[in-house]
Design a protein around this ligand. Structure first.
Ligand code: XMP
Length: 508
């Protein structure tokens, strides 16, 4: 398989670069800048992209790489910090720019393979304080801006290209064309990374690997584990058993939906372990968010491992790990490291033949594409993210059966109205939260003293930052009316108008 390496120097857009490459039907993988050059040599990459980074190349504690990489004969594209790094490695001059550029900037480009089919003047997204003041020997400047004398440079003999701006963000008008030029004209890729091929290849691989053995998969009902289940089921049918641990902290009727989908639609071997009471007992009196998370996580796997211990035959353990769960991030000081929530420790007495993770090379949107191609229900494929600890971290204060029901009922009304109004697709995530607050109200002629409910809705590309969603007032009004009328115990509804940061998406 042809592959592009995205060498990660700790920039915030490294995953986006890999996704953009893959959107052009070329497989890309991200490796940290600490990767040994021998690994790179042995991987037959068709091209390498140096990402941006939060540091300055002058600072010797910032990520650097052996100059030898420039002599491997593999085409290279440096982006932002990656561009400055190439200049620095090749003895050009990098200095602090007299005027930093940030945001949309006009560039003027010259004839170059990298700028093929891109107008001479176009808009790019810049974000830098250092710049190249003098290109290295052998490098030709192929784009400039008003304040940046080297917005792009190239050494066609060595097949090395570098851009100060970010072609991977959508604000760069012709960013995709530039990446395409690099992939197809410079790296000579064929573009064979297509989801249909992925499905067929993966099913064949799974058949071979699993043979006539059994597979057990922990199903949460989320997109990743559902798509993994569908793929494995296509490969080995009834040899697969899905175990669904229902901790009782799912949204209203969600457990039944998951069960129905997998049992009737896919005719899979499906075990649903209902353990709401066990979880409630463990969570009794607990109000600290971290403690709640810990208890829910620990109990979840306890139930799951027990179920596996009960299986008569030893088999493979499958899970829906996806690529972002596996990436070892840049490790630079400012690099963001996501919690590897799918990477669980398996107890010693739980034995498997091996671990199967068929989606470990895919990004979320690719997983959804696979789900669609496998004809999974749209509600499943396009499901919003739902945190592992479920409603447990949306109930502030103690979790009781009554409070779970109240939140489930209110949340179901919100979802119903959003769906009815076709507003569901415009938002990244929306839900209700139940704080531990009671307020005075009036109903008929009576004073009430009941629960306050919060509605939270956000839009985001990556969940690292988020905007609160501007839901039309009339929808909010209907939701509020319905909740206060149909959910006894709630007499006030408020709408959360906080972005992330400073708030997080979830409440705990
Ligand atoms: P925060 O609250 O960190 O949420 O702004 C960002 C995104 O992550 C989801 N989230 C979780 N997902 N386990 C998960 O699988 C968790 O413990 C967890 N906590 C938050 C959250 O729903 C949002 O999409």
């Amino acid at each position: 398989m042809e592959k592009i390496l995205v060498l990660d120097f700790g920039g915030q857009y490294n995953q986006l670069i890999a996704r953009r490459v893959r959107d052009n039907n070329v497989y890309a993988e991200i490796l940290p800048y600490t990767t040994d050059i021998e690994v790179i040599k042995n991987n037959n990459y068709k091209g390498i992209i140096f990402t941006g980074g939060p540091n300055s190349v002058f600072d010797m504690s910032s990520p650097h790489y052996s100059k030898d990489i420039l002599d491997l004969g593999i085409p290279i594209l440096g982006i932002c910090y990656g561009c400055q790094l190439i200049c620095w490695m090749e003895n050009g001059e990098v200095s602090t720019a007299p005027i930093s550029e940030y945001g949309k900037i006009k560039i003027t480009s010259k004839k170059s393979e990298l700028f093929k089919d891109i107008p001479k003047e176009s808009i790019v997204w810049m974000s830098h304080t250092d710049y190249i003041s003098k290109p290295p020997k052998g490098y030709k400047v192929v784009a400039t801006t008003e304040n940046c004398p080297v917005a792009a440079m190239e050494n066609t003999n060595k097949n090395i290209y570098a851009v100060q701006f970010h072609p991977e963000v959508t604000h760069t008008e012709y960013g995709n064309q530039l990446l395409k030029n690099f992939l197809y004209n410079i790296c000579k890729c064929d573009g064979t990374w297509i989801m249909d091929n992925f499905i067929e290849n993966t099913i064949n691989k799974l058949k071979k690997e699993i043979g006539n053995k059994k597979v057990i998969l922990g199903l949460s009902g989320g997109v990743d584990s559902s798509v993994a289940a569908a793929l494995i089921s296509k490969a080995v049918g009834k040899q697969l058993t899905c175990v669904f641990v229902d901790h009782g902290l799912m949204r209203k009727d969600e457990g039944d939906f998951v069960e129905k989908t997998f049992k009737s639609l896919f005719k899979m071997n499906f075990i649903r372990v209902n353990c709401e009471d066990v979880f409630l007992k463990k969570l009794h009196g607990i109000i600290d968010p971290e403690e709640k998370r810990k208890i829910i996580g620990t109990e979840f796997f306890k139930v799951f491992w027990n179920e596996i211990r009960n299986q008569k035959e030893k088999g493979y353990f499958a899970q829906g790990t996806i690529y972002p769960d596996c990436i070892e991030s840049g490790k630079g000081k400012a690099a963001v490291i996501k919690t590897h929530h799918n990477k669980v420790n398996i107890p010693e007495d739980v034995e498997f033949l091996g671990i199967i993770e068929p989606l470990k090379d895919l990004f979320k949107d690719e997983v959804r594409k696979v789900g669609e191609k496998l004809n999974l229900p749209k509600e499943l494929v396009w499901r919003q993210p739902f945190p592992g600890p479920g409603l447990g971290i949306r109930i502030i204060g103690e979790i009781t059966k009554e409070r779970i029901r109240l939140l489930q009922d209110a949340d179901a009304i919100l979802r119903d109205e959003m769906q009815k109004n076709g507003y569901e697709k415009n938002l990244s995530q929306f839900f209700c939260a139940l704080p531990n607050v009671k307020t005075v109200g009036v109903m008929g002629d009576h004073r009430t003293y009941d629960n306050l409910l919060i509605i939270r809705a956000i839009t985001t590309d990556d969940f690292m930052t988020a905007d609160w969603a501007k839901i039309p007032y009339d929808i909010l009004q209907t939701v509020s009316n319905r909740i206060t009328n149909e959910c006894p115990g709630i007499n006030r509804v408020v709408y959360d108008i906080t972005s992330k940061p400073p708030a997080t998406v979830e409440y705990e």
